[in-house]
Design a protein around this ligand. Structure first.
Ligand SMILES: Nc1nc2c(ncn2[C@@H]2O[C@H](COP(=O)(O)OP(=O)(O)OP(=O)(O)O)[C@@H](O)[C@H]2O)c(=O)[nH]1
Ligand SMILES: [Mg+2]
Length: 259
């Protein structure tokens, strides 16, 4: 079996680091080989011990002091500086051996996902390895249909940006009341029900909704709780399909009609 790199990407505070730790523990309990990489140069306190930690090479707090930068400027600079250490990071990942490699990504998702350095890093590490993304959204911030819609748009944009097979996840469902959870389950399992709810808000046109509906049908979000270990089996089944299925899976999940 080869290595399988799984990038955990999502908005700030959605629970990327918590998911990385909890899913690692769950995979270990299933006797699946797994290790973790911290790719966030800015994180101050990490709740788990990653096998590879980019803060060994670049630590944003030091970059702030050294170059008199503010927090966002320092994270941008840190990601750029990390590229100088890419060969070393790559060989450290190689040393981890076969199995799942969970990669916890920076809290400032847009700096990682939408600037050149993040994409370059992902592409370089994926050159010889099978890779996937877990888009980790936050179920707690879904109060109305538009809140889910904007997280799906974010997920679609990450999917497009990285061009990697993706598993979509909504975290923290332990914090929802039973009616909130049932409503979310209805929306993610029935694109028609979700479409009705979105249309009732009278802000989106049906045509604007079509591509997101397609995304929802292709990659319906799995509801998880990193605190309560809910939904991990489903995440595993989806990811394992990518790991084992490879090219065929990528083709069948392509959102481009006719491919
Ligand atoms: N109740 C509950 N809390 C969670 C869950 N996942 C994460 N949290 C909490 O959410 C907060 C943020 O979690 P992190 O794991 O640090 O989130 P993150 O996405 O890594 O944050 P950044 O890297 O700063 O963007 C912490 O207080 C976690 O304890 C969950 O499934 N349930
Ligand atoms: Mg984090």
């Amino acid at each position: 079996m080869r290595q399988f790199l799984v990038y955990i990407v999502g908005p700030a505070g959605a629970g990327k680091s918590s998911f990385t730790e909890a899913f690692r523990d769950w995979l270990k309990s299933q006797e699946t080989p797994v290790s973790c990489v911290n790719l966030d140069p800015a994180v101050e306190n990490l709740n788990y011990d990653p096998e590879v930690d980019v803060r060994e090479y670049v630590f944003t707090r030091e970059i702030m002091d050294k170059y008199s930068l503010g927090p966002n400027g320092a994270i941008i600079a840190s990601m750029d500086l990390l590229l100088e250490h890419l060969a070393r990071i790559d060989s450290k990942i190689e040393e981890l051996g076969e199995g799942y490699v969970l990669i916890d990504t920076p809290g400032q998702m847009e700096i990682f996902a939408f600037r050149k350095s993040g994409k370059y890093l992902v592409e370089a590490l994926c050159r010889e390895r099978r890779c996937a993304t877990v888009f980790l959204g936050d179920s707690v911030i879904v109060d109305r249909p538009g809140d889910l819609l904007s997280q799906l748009m974010m997920a679609a944009s990450i999917y497009y940006r990285f061009s990697l097979p993706m598993t979509t996840v909504l975290n923290k469902i332990d914090l929802l009341s039973p009616p909130e959870r049932e409503r979310l389950e209805r929306w993610v399992s029935s694109p028609e029900t979700f479409e009705e709810a979105v249309m009732a808000e009278k802000f989106f046109t049906r045509n604007m909704f079509i591509s997101i509906k397609d995304f929802l049908e292709t990659l319906p979000p799995i509801l998880v709780s990193s605190k309560k270990f809910i939904g991990f089996e489903e995440v595993y089944v989806h990811l394992h399909g990518i790991y084992m299925g490879g090219e065929d899976f990528e083709r069948t999940t392509s959102l481009v009609e006719g491919e």
